[in-house]
Write a protein of this length. Sequence first.
Length: 222
Amino acid sequence: MPETPPWYEGLWTYLEFTWEDVVQLAIDHAVIVIISVLVSTVIGVGLGVLTYQTERPRELVLAVTGTFLTIPSLALFTLLIQVPGLGLGAKSVIVALVMYGLLPIVRNTIVGLREVDPAIVESAKGMGMGRVARLWRIELPLAWPVVLTGLRVATLLLIGIAAIGSYINGPGLGELIFDASIGSAAALSEVLSGTLGVIVLAVLFDFVYVVITRFTTSKGIR
């Protein structure tokens, strides 16, 4: 009986012939995550800025966004494809990812803004700064490291969840994981390619956030 080759040999052979397809799927995966994070950031930071000073709205926003994160991804994807205008594909995946990405961003925006020293804010008031100027020039820059941590957590979270989006024909590396023909010779290699691709993307995105943190945060508050 012939000896079964090691899994890594099968993976290497698979990638040797399909690496271009894998790279394209990784790019598609990265794009849908970037779009979702950008939308989540606009909504999440906006909600955080609007509610961080008032208790009830703040608690409501955190409760709602926290509830989104408790919905099983397959259930949410299945619900979203029933919504007119969404259906199967990238639109439903992006909506779901935006919902999942909100909590870390909203929570960290609120925490970061509330941790700003009140004495600094009062000093800015004494200098004649208006509410918007204080927020833009004082509070948000001081809260930025905490906000950026929320973006980082949300991004890494969405990289993993985006793979499940292929369940509803979403783009990305999940195609390799969910479309693998179980029992076929290439099934293990397909699943490993998709899984390792997701891990590599997570590492790359995390490195990007390290660089962004270094170049956008002053040494005094880093």
